[in-house]
Design a protein around this ligand. Structure first.
Ligand SMILES: [Fe+2]
Ligand SMILES: [Fe+2]
Length: 312
């Protein structure tokens, strides 16, 4: 590849990043609209509006917590790590990538402010509040895996690509959902618009670096893409159970039994594949992973689910 791949910027989209506005709405306690998309599988278990509402608010609370972690522990470190890479990146591309760190710090601040307000207004009290989300814990462990010693400096970029190719689609779905509270839709829309630019820049960076790798490095990067893809995107059923237990006041084990009446292993796998569809498309298009690698990993994940959450 002679030229750096084309990518989107705020100026060529005639837009400014949301950090420049510094304005965003807070939750409205006088609305009966949803704070999280309706859960069609668990819907029949809610015997009151308050119960369902508490569940959805807890889910959005977790979503915001995860957003903060993604920004501070995945995306900003990916940008910070660009200088440590043994790969050439053109100045202009790197300067544009540096702007992402500013945007992400604002997204984290916005999420924290909204989350604090939700917590106060709706008395959200979830266990394990201080622990990082499961996927962050898994990705942190991946960094310690000796298999990837040789590509240690590339791992933050790989995590960045994995997370940035999924997020604008995910936020866009929230923004389009008319059942959701307007402040939820608004913060998700401004964030989604920023993420369209980020996703494009991370995709360009990934293609550029991939072209410069030899086959041995490519093989390691490919395996680490698969690991990170599944760590980042497998639905966190324990977090779902935590929200359900909080909303229903049921002990965690009883709450899990109810979830298991509706959820299946196949549903969880399908949900995972839907959320990371854009990431998979990107990885396959650039031959960074193969369909066989994905299929083989699904078989493993299916067994893990059967032996863990679905094993009672
Ligand atoms: Fe962000
Ligand atoms: Fe981003």
């Amino acid at each position: 590849m002679k030229n750096y791949p084309k990518y989107l910027t705020f100026s060529n989209r005639n837009n400014v990043p949301s950090v420049l506005n510094q304005a965003f709405p807070l939750p409205d306690s006088n609305t009966d609209k949803r704070y999280f998309p309706k859960n069609n599988l668990l819907y029949s278990n809610f015997n009151s509006i308050e119960y369902e509402r508490k569940f959805e608010i807890a889910q959005f609370f977790i979503f915001l917590k995860e957003t903060i972690e993604v920004e501070h522990f995945l995306v900003i470190p990916a940008i910070a790590n660009l200088n440590r890479l043994n790969f050439y990146i053109p100045n202009k591309a790197k300067e544009d990538l540096y702007k992402i760190a500013t945007d992400e710090a604002f997204h984290a601040e916005q999420s924290l402010t909204y989350l604090n307000s939700l917590k106060l207004q709706f008395q959200i009290n979830l266990e394990d509040d201080k622990l990082p989300p499961k996927f962050i814990q898994k990705l942190e462990l991946q960094k310690l895996n000796h298999t990837y010693e040789q590509i240690k400096e590339l791992l933050p970029i790989i995590f960045g690509i994995i997370t940035e190719t999924r997020i604008s689609i995910e936020l866009g779905r929230f923004a389009k959902n008319t059942q959701l509270e307007s402040s939820v839709r608004e913060i998700c829309l401004s964030h989604a618009l920023d993420e369209v630019v980020h996703s494009s820049q991370f995709q360009a960076l990934g293609e550029w670096l991939w072209e410069q790798m030899d086959d041995k490095i490519k093989q390691l990067v490919s395996a680490s893409f698969i690991d990170a893809l599944f760590y980042r995107n497998m639905p966190d059923l324990d977090a779902l159970n935590l929200c359900f237990s909080f909303a229903s006041n049921l002990p965690i084990e009883d709450s899990k039994k109810i979830i298991l009446q509706s959820y299946t292993v196949e549903f969880v796998i399908a949900e995972m594949l839907e959320i990371c569809e854009p990431t998979i498309k990107y990885l396959l298009k650039n031959k960074m992973v193969s369909q066989t690698q994905i299929d083989n990993r699904i078989t493993i994940e299916r067994d893990l689910l059967k032996n863990n959450f679905f094993n009672i």
